[in-house]
Ligand binder design. Structure first.
Ligand SMILES: [Zn+2]
Length: 291
């Protein structure tokens, strides 16, 4: 009986501690309510990381945005994003806060590439059917909306080499105007290792697509994905979880490529972002630890 008494007393004491913990969390929650912070690159191709009350609802240009359990969310601006955007947070108590964002407008280069196989610039009917199939696979992989926040540790360069192509360039291929370039091209010899710029789940591997050749997509959470193309070899498989810095593939010259290089793309769902801005914008793991 004595023992039980002690146990009950201990339980009561623990309950009191738990109760006071809950109260203090609620109190802090009230202090935080109404918070809406943004950091990152407020410009075309840029990515911004926001922080708000986890219970808030956030819309970006009218579209709902996923908020993590810690209140973190992402917004991004496409290549031709208009100069204005609107971010609205609605808090649990019904109050609202918003930001009118002035999106920096950029000028893009024109890049001419000659000497590509004519078929890769003007595909046949049969090729177009294949391209349609492959595009659908890529779209599906980029549509993943995962609660993971692997992007929080920042991004590192997936490979070292000379930069031979940048985001947004207008492309003239074999003299024909074509879609802009959305990747960051890093030239290096065939077989050079490619590492994961941030942790993530492998959502697509394909050995040889018409345009992109060996293709790999990594999902970093909240719709943020990396696409790596023209790969020589892929060293991971669909469903694998890889850590930042893990070797995942080898640079190649497959698909519509003239010389060996890695083409790295970043998407926030269908929106195409500039990998170079993201390397600068995202706080590094070290900087976050210091916070
Ligand atoms: Zn490229």
């Amino acid at each position: 009986m004595q023992r039980f008494g002690i146990t009950f007393a201990a339980l009561r004491a623990m309950n009191r501690i738990l109760y006071s913990l809950v109260v203090s969390v609620v109190a802090v929650g009230h202090v935080w309510a109404g918070t809406l912070e943004l950091e990152g690159q407020l410009m075309q191709g840029g990515l911004m990381q926001g922080r708000t009350d986890p219970d808030a609802e956030v819309t970006f240009d009218g579209q709902p945005v996923r908020i993590s359990e810690a209140g973190v969310f992402l917004i991004g601006f496409g290549r031709d994003a208009p100069p204005q955007a609107k971010l609205v947070a609605t808090f649990a108590d019904g109050s609202r806060e918003w930001r009118e964002l002035k999106v920096g407008q950029r000028k893009y280069k024109t890049q001419r590439i000659d000497g590509l196989p004519p078929r890769k610039v003007t595909p046949s009917e049969e090729d177009l059917v294949r391209i349609g199939r492959e595009t659908a696979l890529i779209k599906q992989a980029r549509a993943q909306d995962d609660t993971r926040t692997d992007f929080l540790n920042g991004f590192i360069w997936p490979a070292k080499g000379r930069i031979t192509g940048v985001y947004g360039s207008q492309r003239i291929l074999n003299g024909e105007p074509r879609r802009p370039h959305f990747g960051l091209d890093i030239a290096a010899p065939v077989g050079t290792p490619v590492v994961a710029p941030a942790s993530g789940i492998v959502t697509l591997t394909h050995p040889d697509m018409f345009y992109s050749g060996g293709t790999l997509i990594l999902d970093h959470g909240h719709g943020l994905s990396s696409t790596f193309i023209h790969l020589h070899q892929i060293l991971v498989k669909q469903g694998d979880y890889v850590q930042q810095g893990d070797v995942i593939a080898e640079i190649g010259v497959t698909g519509r490529a003239r010389g060996a290089h890695l083409d790295w793309r970043i998407n926030l769902f269908t929106r195409r972002l500039d990998p170079q801005l993201i390397l600068e914008a995202m706080p590094s793991a070290a900087a976050q630890a210091a916070n």
